[in-house]
Design a protein around this ligand. Structure first.
Ligand SMILES: Cc1cc2nc3c(=O)[nH]c(=O)nc-3n(C[C@H](O)[C@H](O)[C@H](O)COP(=O)(O)O)c2cc1C
Length: 171
């Protein structure tokens, strides 16, 4: 894994970063934008899990919620900080498509990522994720999930609604 660098990747934020995985999350396809933004070649990415671009600032709780939802076949939006090969970061909001075989079994996930307004990250997401991460570091993922659950309860929203609302404020 690269060492994080506290600098944002310079990328064309009008573009969509796409990837497709099998049911376990192993990357089967990436578009050219994915390659351009993260700096890993297609050959370095295909066959690997997405944790190749996982940023250490990301709380485990968020990925747990992500997987819990997509495995149930629920399309999900997640705001994720990713890490390029250079160590630089890029924030994205992800949309999923869930692809099933004729028997209804999930066979693929498709992720489409677009940029997130930096004000949304600074005002809402970075401080929230930092707090969840601290709670996880002190008390494990269960503590992180509990903290985040209480946070959402106070907001009266689930994660998806919360994300949709904070995104709208600066769009
Ligand atoms: C279609 C799809 C796209 C994903 N995209 C990302 C991503 O952009 N960044 C990321 O860190 N994890 C992404 N994940 C989640 C990873 O599978 C993984 O759960 C995460 O990187 C945390 O790593 P860990 O589960 O090994 O702790 C994605 C998963 C799926 C199924």
């Amino acid at each position: 894994m690269s060492t994080p660098v506290d600098k944002e990747v310079a990328w064309d934020k009008t573009k969509t970063i796409m990837s497709k995985t099998d049911a376990k999350g192993t990357i089967e396809y990436v578009n050219q934008v994915f390659v351009d933004v993260c700096g890993y070649s297609e050959a370095e990415l295909v066959g690997k899990p997405h944790s190749i671009i996982r940023h250490p600032d990301m709380p485990k709780t968020i990925f747990k919620i992500l997987w819990d939802n997509i495995q149930k076949g629920i399309n999900f939006h997640a705001i994720v900080k990713n890490m390029a090969k250079s160590g630089e970061y890029y924030w994205v909001i992800t949309d999923f498509d869930i692809i099933r075989d004729p028997s209804g079994q999930i066979i693929n996930y498709m992720a489409r990522r677009t940029s997130v307004p930096s004000q949304t990250i600074e005002k809402y997401i970075a401080p929230l994720y930092q707090k969840i991460l601290q709670v996880e570091q002190a008390g494990g993922i269960e503590a992180g999930e509990k903290y985040f659950g209480q946070f959402l309860n106070e907001q009266g929203k689930d994660y998806i609604t919360y994300i949709e609302d904070v995104i709208l404020e600066f769009r």
